[in-house]
Design a protein around this ligand. Structure first.
Ligand SMILES: O=C(O)c1ccccc1NCC(=O)[C@H](O)[C@H](O)COP(=O)(O)O
Length: 207
């Protein structure tokens, strides 16, 4: 089972994710987020990550300058609110693995998925946040997992949105996902990761 712990912003909580067996760790580059990292902190955290764990940078419609500064620290570029054309251009320019978030509330939202074929390496199905929400992700919102039933996934994919230590095993059993992603569900407050919850989440996902 692959598990991404997202929004890590301290060495202690990053180490908890690594110790628990996370396959991916997420670093947020989006100033409105309580999990946003400056480049110095991101570099310090990225240096702690062993080669077998993927460092995922989370971006919302990023400009080229931000991507160029952050990319050397990262293995994967995760894009929110990106068109397939922009995602493909970023992938071609940086030569990195690129993921696109697909915001899901209704079955119709999944229609966006095939458009990313040839543009990205993986889709991240995440809960759609309200139009006026401060963030397009990391809000602890969940979508109806049954929307994925029978869907022909055009690319490798991950499940995200509102997962926590108590529901992740059920989410995996119902969706048969190979990769789960969590942020709020392993926090004690927005932007404050909880080492015990990280450990519990990883254990539950791997069980
Ligand atoms: O986490 C953030 O602050 C964030 C900000 C802007 C865009 C995306 C963001 N997070 C993306 C993620 O990959 C989260 O892990 C994902 O949305 C799930 O979050 P949660 O529902 O809180 O577990």
């Amino acid at each position: 089972m692959l598990v991404k712990i997202c929004g890590l912003n301290t060495a202690a909580t990053l180490d908890a994710a690594l110790a628990g067996g996370a396959s991916h760790v997420g670093f947020v580059f989006f100033p409105p987020s309580p999990r946003n990292l400056d480049f110095d902190t991101a570099a310090q955290l990225a240096a702690r990550v062993p080669d077998h764990v993927a460092r995922v940078g989370v971006f919302v419609d990023p400009d080229d300058l931000l991507l160029e500064r952050a990319a050397p620290l990262l293995d994967v570029i995760q894009l929110h609110k990106a068109t397939p054309a922009r995602a493909a251009a970023i992938r071609a320019k940086l030569g990195k693995n690129v993921w696109a978030a697909v915001a899901v509330k209704t079955r119709g939202d999944l229609d966006a998925a095939p458009g990313f074929v040839g543009a990205v390496d993986r889709l991240l199905y995440d809960a759609k946040t309200p139009e006026d929400a401060a963030l397009p992700g990391g809000m602890g919102l969940r979508f109806d997992w049954s929307l994925l039933a029978g869907f022909r996934h055009p690319l490798p994919w991950a499940l995200s949105g509102g997962l926590d230590p108590d529901n992740v095993a059920d989410a995996i059993a119902r969706t048969r996902t190979a990769l789960v992603d969590v942020s709020s569900g392993v926090e004690s407050a927005p932007g404050v990761k909880d080492m015990d919850k990280i450990a519990r989440f990883l254990k539950a996902a791997q069980s």
